[in-house]
Design a protein around this ligand. Structure first.
Ligand code: PHE
Length: 346
């Protein structure tokens, strides 16, 4: 009996496992009900009484040794399994949270895409401008209130009392870019100017001191008000859907004559009236008009030969209408809970 125990002990210590099958055959061989150790325990009945104490102890030691070996080999297998899965090149990668585009970028890109399809180029210009490009050449009278400190951030003002074409300021609209295009290019001109603009306003849900605009300009021979209307109808339908209608209300801008403001039919109620459109069926989107002859002349374009139209809109305004987000401040706070909602949009 002692011989058998010794023999089994040496078998156990020299047993090697390299797979779960090996481990199972170890268990069957030594530890199962019909395994070799159980057989010895059965034989224990026949051991003479005076040897029972010693052999009993050895048997228990054998069983313990087999169980220890089993657990140790099981741990080893588990560890090498972990290593294998770490190196498994076919496993899918850990999920990588993807970012999202800012809603203003999404809408800006969409508007640029729409106008690119009908031949408009994109032009950009400086955010820090002079009075000449922002006001004077756009036919603003010297005493026009928009030049006032209340609205405009001045960087340097040559004479605090009177406006001066040399005054340096933050542009209040991107019409200044169109002046630069007209100064440098000959008609036909078809361009849109996206960019940041600055106005000295208290920040609230409806106003901000920084926002984004896209302004458009089309100058050629025989450009008519009908061209303006048709271009804007095409644009509104592309941006808000084929069913969209537009209406033009008379308005005033120094640089256009006639001038108008354009409303689009409310997408929520389809024009029937709801709380988004304040029960009017219409939402105001942009300003537009025929370029004033004084503006053309100021940029050395012959106003007897050429006519043109211009329009301008706030991108935040377009995004508000598109996404029904009614607080402007959300567009500037970069709160991920807000931005994450635009993941699905390209
Ligand atoms: N520049 C005007 C604004 O900032 C918008 C506009 C552009 C209106 C062109 C008419 C024509 O509000």
């Amino acid at each position: 009996m002692l011989e058998k125990i010794k023999n089994l002990l040496s078998q156990i210590s020299s047993f090697n496992v390299s797979s779960a099958d090996d481990l199972e055959s170890f268990r069957l061989r030594f530890l199962s009900k019909k395994g070799m150790i159980s057989v010895l325990f059965d034989d224990f009945r026949n051991v003479p009484a005076q040897e029972k104490k010693e052999i009993g102890m050895k048997l228990n030691e054998l069983k313990q040794a087999a169980m220890d070996a089993y657990n140790r080999m099981k741990d080893q297998l588990q560890q090498s399994d972990d290593v294998k899965t770490e190196n498994d090149l076919t496993r899918p990668a850990n999920p990588f949270p993807s970012g999202s585009r800012h809603p203003i970028s999404i809408v800006r890109k969409e508007i640029i895409d729409i106008f690119s399809r009908i031949g408009f180029t994109v032009s950009e210009g400086p955010e820090i401008e002079d009075d000449n490009h922002v006001f004077t050449k756009l036919n603003f009278a010297p005493e026009h209130p928009a030049r006032d400190m209340q609205d405009t951030f001045y960087i340097s003002r040559i004479s605090p009392e009177d406006s001066n074409p040399g005054d340096i300021l933050l542009r209040t609209h991107t019409s200044s870019v169109q002046v630069r295009v007209m100064e440098n290019q000959k008609p036909p001109i078809r361009t849109i100017s996206p960019g940041r603009v600055f106005r000295n306003e208290a920040i609230s849900a409806r106003a901000h001191c920084i926002f984004h605009q896209i302004e458009g300009l089309y100058i050629d021979e025989n450009v008519s008000y009908a061209d303006l209307r048709q271009t804007l109808l095409f644009f509104a339908r592309e941006l808000f859907g084929k069913e969209t209608r537009i209406r033009l209300r008379p308005s005033y801008f120094p640089f256009t004559e006639p001038s108008a403001e354009m409303d689009v039919s409310c997408r929520i109620c389809g024009g029937k009236g709801c709380n988004v459109c304040k029960y009017t069926g219409w939402l105001e989107l942009l300003g537009c008009g025929m370029v004033h002859p004084n503006v053309l002349e100021a940029c050395n374009i012959d106003s007897n030969k050429y006519t043109g139209f211009a329009f301008g809109m706030g991108i935040e305004r377009a995004a508000m209408l598109k996404y029904q987000v009614n607080d402007l401040r959300l567009y500037f706070e970069n709160d991920l809970r807000f931005l994450d909602q635009f993941k699905a949009s390209f």
